[in-house]
Ligand binder design. Structure first.
Ligand code: SAH
Ligand code: SF4
Ligand code: F3S
Length: 434
């Protein structure tokens, strides 16, 4: 049995795809990169914005001729769009065989044995399904992502995630630590912990802060990152671990969404700007180079010019290292979908462009602050521009290009002096292999 797996959406989908791949491997299936050679094609989809669904659907339609050429081929849609559009996908896309929501992935291997003509959807949420005992395949030999929380209990008024992923579920800390141990035993030194509100993690007395400490005690683990924390769940205990545990990287993706308290309230974000600035000031006073990135939505329903200007002010005040900026995309079923939009698509895009220009200048300024510093890099790969060079990342998540010497290879830690910047890209000179 050969399968081809295409993944869209966030890192949690990447993790799930790796987990599905492992379930299929136990079943004896092998992965193929070309869909034409596959017996089954699985598309793991995202629904967060209209565009994400359009992209997944376009990709699925590319498989139509493959199915026509090979009628025995099975096509399975999984992930958030599978849950969001459900049976409608079976009705509208006739060549698709199965639709499987995020809590039903254990069914996938069995589906491959079903007789050809059956077309089915498995969409139920399962509050008990935490994929206990499963661990995802390690994605690179030196770094891996581990989902610690599934679903989301917040109800941000624009967001579809709680509807497609279901309520919050935390994995057992024993399962997570086992997975980290397994990864470390295979040479992984960098761990990224994942969840929609990852810092709300709880398992009995285990908090997110205590989990970070426990992961840091595992031999071989040198760097710990996580995404996405929610501003509401930065406890004092967590702030202390973030600034005091040397293995927890100085890098956080803290979604802001808007700089206006009025809009944050309409978004039901459960935090205001004062809370947000409190976190940023704590982290940046411990380390002015603390990498902070964010997500911002432009043109949310009811966002006035004044609200938008408050977002621009917040962006200037925080000085984000990078920001992911999105045009508001109404999602059917969410609370804000019911509200009438006043801004046109062009007006929303215009705000997005203004924000992007400001943020680009800040990103450059933040990168320039790294000049002159000697930093430890985790070497990731050859440089995509010039294969005589390599790319590694600093603790604070900056990419640095350097010329390797000797047998420097991905997964190594090296010291580099950052001495140049071309465009946005930092360049360094190798000092020592660690
Ligand atoms: N759990 C994370 C976000 C997950 S979704 C958090 O709470 O921060 C990733 C990002 O997509 C969000 O941070 C938000 O900026 C964006 N997003 C979500 N719904 C959106 C929508 N309807 N339109 C535009 N952007 C959206
Ligand atoms: Fe969506 Fe809000 Fe949950 Fe993030 S916290 S996934 S934005 S509902
Ligand atoms: Fe998209 Fe689902 Fe992730 S909607 S952002 S793939 S949780």
């Amino acid at each position: 049995m050969r399968y081809h797996l295409a993944t869209y959406g966030c890192q949690m989908n990447e993790y799930d795809s790796a987990m599905i791949a492992q379930m299929l491997a136990r079943f004896g299936a092998v992965s193929v990169s070309s869909p034409e050679n596959a017996d089954v094609i699985i598309v793991n989809t995202c629904s967060v914005r209209e565009k994400a669904e359009e992209t997944a659907i376009a990709r699925i339609f590319q498989f139509k001729p493959v199915k026509q050429a090979n009628p025995d081929l099975k096509i399975i849609i999984v992930g958030c769009m599978a849950k969001n559009r459900g049976e409608e996908l079976l009705k509208k896309i006739k060549f698709v065989d199965f639709i499987v929501g995020p809590d039903q992935y254990r069914k996938i291997p069995e589906l491959l044995e079903l007789p050809k003509r059956k077309r089915l959807a498995f969409l139920d949420f399962d509050l008990e399904e935490n994929y206990v005992g499963e661990s995802a395949k390690i994605l690179t030999p030196f770094s891996t992502h581990i989902t610690i929380q599934r679903g989301c209990n917040k109800r941000c008024s624009y967001c579809i995630v709680p509807y497609v992923r279901g309520p919050e579920k935390y994995r057992l800390s024993s399962d997570i630590l086992r997975e980290v141990n397994e990864a470390a035993a295979q040479g992984v030194s960098e761990i990224m912990l994942l969840g929609q509100t990852v810092n709300a993690y709880r398992d009995g007395n285990e908090t997110f802060a205590s989990l970070l400490n426990r992961v840091s005690e595992i031999e071989g683990i040198k760097r710990i990152r996580f995404t996405s924390p929610h501003p509401r769940h930065y406890t004092q205990e967590l702030l202390e671990v973030l600034t005091q545990n040397p293995k927890v990287c100085h890098h956080a993706h803290i979604p802001l969404q808007s700089g206006s308290n009025a809009i944050l309230k309409k978004m039901r974000r459960q935090h205001d700007m004062e809370t947000y600035y409190g976190i940023i000031d704590y982290l940046r006073s411990a380390d002015p180079l603390y990498h902070i990135s964010t997500d911002i939505i432009c043109g949310f329903v009811g966002e006035s010019e004044k609200d938008f200007e408050e977002t621009l002010e917040a962006v200037e005040r925080v000085q984000f290292d990078t920001a992911f900026m999105f045009v508001y995309s109404p999602r059917r079923g969410t609370e804000s979908f019911k509200e009438t939009e006043i801004l046109t698509e062009d007006e929303k895009k215009e705000r997005h462009t203004r924000l992007t220009e400001i943020q680009n200048a800040i990103t450059l300024k933040r990168n320039k602050l790294m000049l002159g510093r000697t930093e430890t890099l985790l070497v990731e790969r050859l440089s995509s521009r010039d294969s005589s060079e390599m790319m590694g990342k600093t603790d604070n998540f900056k990419k640095v290009i350097f010329k390797p010497e000797g047998n420097v290879k991905p997964g190594d830690y090296v010291k580099c002096k950052i001495d140049d910047i071309r465009g946005w890209t930092l360049r360094g000179t190798l000092e020592t292999n660690e």
